[in-house]
Design a protein. Structure first.
Length: 416
């Protein structure tokens, strides 16, 4: 008897989406007795965890073939191919192609490394699967790659240049998802606000959002994932202000709160740009909440620089922080800059997480007594429009949107 392939996913939501697509492609190709590891390269720690996972999976599946893909494999295929546990390495483009999986299911050993130049890719396969996630929420890939070259970031070399899924394809996919009963769709991408720059007429993300809301009137909730606030266009601001079906939660790619460090990161915004955007978004949508990525201990960061990141959390009134202790990525300009001592990096990351915890508590406390529309992810847990988790003592209808009055707080969740 043969075994269906096993998948291990690392990293971002887009990777998770592509893992679901690979499951379908592997099944259609008839691939058996294989373990596929979809790696992440966002930090050195992410690569270390991927290697550790590969070794564990080999021990647990001694008779299976181990196939490695994802950003870390795309960037450094030879080092993964050199691991004795690995049988094949495939690139980020190749993993989305049916022919790759047919070849892996056939004469497996003829070409152990299949990784082409990601920078030559001009299209993205955004319609391979009709979303994934819970039964209530589906994720739709609308963009891939990145044209920017932040000095700390290796991801463009794993994902290639920015490319967009045409609006018509996105709308048709969301219509199918709504017909299947999904009540919330999340738009995902590597650099979401660059959507459209490679399409005819160079539409903006706001144009796509407006088009979805107009052409899919039965979609109750539309959510957008991480954005670069400096690239938010006029139509997107209009949607934030006027479209109640666009959820009042934005995750901002801020990275730091000091102008000099932002310039050394080669970011496109300054701290005042971030503050101004947060104030304007809240002015037009008072219930808006923000998450943000912030890096602690970027090269040359002093205590004064770091304090500006701490202050930015308050000045933008951020709620959900993703704190990244800086780690050098070989091949990036930041890796050649004067590094901050590891002890300082860990201490600063801890301070950011501490202030982030306080911001979460403040947000939760402000919700007590309020009535929220909650999308039920399972019978006893759902999320508000601001993406805050709510738990229920009594079972509710999974996948449905219910009205609930918040009665208390349980850790980082609300209770109703």
């Amino acid at each position: 008897m043969t075994d269906a392939p096993k998948f291990s996913n690392h990293g971002c939501r887009l990777n998770a989406y592509e893992t679901e697509a690979m499951k379908d492609l592997a099944e259609q190709a008839g691939l058996e007795n294989a373990v596929i590891v979809n790696t992440c390269a966002v930090t050195s720690e992410a690569v270390r965890k991927a290697r550790k996972d590969i070794r564990r999976l080999r021990r647990e599946n001694p008779n299976a073939r181990v196939i490695v893909t994802g950003c870390a494999a795309q960037i450094d295929p030879d080092s993964f191919a050199a691991m004795e546990e690995v049988d094949a390495v495939i690139g980020n483009t190749e993993k989305m192609q049916a022919g790759t999986w047919s070849a892996l299911a056939g004469d497996f050993g003829t070409e152990p490394v299949r990784v082409d130049d990601i920078m030559s890719v001009t299209e993205t396969a955004g319609h391979l699967i009709d979303g994934f996630g819970t039964r209530s929420r589906a994720y739709v890939q609308v963009q891939n790659g990145c044209d920017h070259r932040c000095t700390f970031c290796i991801i463009p070399y794993g994902r290639g240049n920015s490319r967009s899924v045409p609006a018509g394809v996105v709308v048709d996919q969301i219509k199918r998802l709504v017909d299947k009963g999904f009540n919330e769709v999340v738009l995902t991408g590597v650099d979401l606000t660059s959507w459209g720059a490679d399409l005819p007429g160079e539409p903006k993300l706001g144009d796509l959002v407006m088009r979805i809301l107009k052409l899919v009137p039965d979609l109750p909730r539309l959510r957008i994932s991480s954005i670069d606030s400096i690239e938010v266009d006029e139509n997107l601001m209009q949607a934030i202000a006027t479209e109640s079906r666009l959820m009042p939660h934005l995750h901002l790619s801020l990275q730091h709160g000091d102008d000099l460090i932002l310039k050394r990161m080669k970011r496109r915004h300054l701290r005042d740009d971030a503050i101004r955007f947060a104030e304007e978004a809240r002015r037009v949508r008072p219930e808006m909440t923000f998450g943000a990525d912030i890096i602690a201990g970027f090269p040359t960061e002093t205590d004064a620089h770091f304090k500006n990141s701490l202050k930015l959390v308050q000045e933008c009134d951020l709620t959900w922080l993703h704190v990244f202790p800086y780690s050098p990525r070989p091949g990036t300009p930041a890796a050649r800059m004067p590094q901050v001592d590891g002890t300082h990096i860990r201490e600063r990351a801890a301070q950011l997480r501490q202030i982030g915890d306080a911001q979460v508590r403040k947000h939760l406390k402000a919700q007590i007594g309020a009535t929220h529309r909650v999308l039920m992810e399972n019978p006893h847990m759902g999320r508000t429009e601001q993406f805050t988790e709510v738990t229920f003592d009594t079972a509710g209808p999974e996948g449905q949107i219910v009205s609930a009055t918040i009665s208390g707080i349980d850790g980082t969740r609300l209770t109703a």
